[in-house]
Design a protein around this ligand. Structure first.
Ligand code: BTN
Length: 258
């Protein structure tokens, strides 16, 4: 079990109104939405999730030993959600790098270490009254045997990995959490202030997808081409064979190896 006192102590300098640590929840994203009622910011952590959710309606296996948490914020002006999801990916990858792992990002925010997906991010938003609630869920496979996750299929061509298997020993989850959150908040402030460059630069610097040939499947559309950049809203720019530039903000991406 995670040492709650250490979590509270480590997070005391970060501007979070409430921090909750549970042995078990359905999904920390759902719990964060509930706890956000009447609050401006919350962090919800759980030892395990009964119904962890992944992107595109997928299930996210969340046994004990992982880092399953969600940041919830109530905001007045919400714009640029795709950028927020890149921001969370960049903070997670940077936090893992500070913890000694060569983490990179596969668009939009799958965190990979040598071709194994070790973390994923699910950003959800709901309009509410004058503002919106934003929930940023981050799942990191830390102290879990890799076989335990094999039943979960990663995105096509991507294997699932755990930090413990990669490092060869268990890791301090609170230390990893703090590394990620320390990277998260400066980028979050940039996002709130509409300063997009620091976010785009962090993501680009860690991206596995830029300059690669990609196939994206989104809402029945198939877009094939070369990932050439990001626009100011965080959309991926893909140059297709006919020379056109397509903007993509969601979907499933496959790196094509030619
Ligand atoms: C993905 O499909 O890559 C996104 C996975 C996101 C998982 C995290 S774990 C904490 C939070 N709670 C959830 O139910 N999902 C996110």
């Amino acid at each position: 079990m995670m040492d709650q006192a250490l979590v509270y102590e480590g997070l005391s300098g970060l501007s979070l109104e409430r921090i909750y640590v549970f042995p078990e929840v359905d999904s920390t994203n759902d719990e964060a939405k509930r706890r956000l009622q009447g609050r401006r910011s919350v962090l919800v952590l759980a030892e395990r999730q009964r119904r962890g959710r992944g992107r595109q309606g997928q299930r996210w296996e969340s046994p004990p030993g992982g880092l399953w948490f969600s940041l919830g914020f109530r905001e007045r002006n919400v714009k640029n959600i795709p950028l927020l999801s890149l921001l969370a990916g960049a903070a997670t990858a940077q936090g893992l790098r500070e913890s000694g792992f060569a983490a990179r990002i596969k668009w939009p925010n799958d965190i990979l270490i040598s071709d194994r997906k070790v973390a994923g991010i699910l950003v959800e938003m709901e309009a509410e009254g004058p503002g919106s609630s934003i929930v940023i869920g981050i799942g990191i496979n830390v102290n879990i045997a890799e076989e335990e996750l094999q039943k979960r299929l990663g995105p096509a061509g991507v294997q699932v990995g755990t930090l413990m298997a990669i490092a060869g020993h268990p890791l301090d989850r609170v230390a990893i959490l703090l590394q990620v959150l320390q990277r998260f908040f400066p980028l979050w402030r940039s996002w709130k202030e509409g300063r997009v460059e620091p976010i785009l630069q962090s993501w680009k610097g860690l991206s596995l997808t830029l300059n690669e040939r990609v196939l994206i499947i989104a809402a029945g559309r198939r877009i094939e081409g070369t990932a050439v950049g990001l626009d100011h809203n965080g959309a991926l720019l893909v140059r297709t064979a006919d020379g056109r530039l397509q903007r993509v903000t969601e979907g499933h991406l496959i790196h094509l190896v030619l």
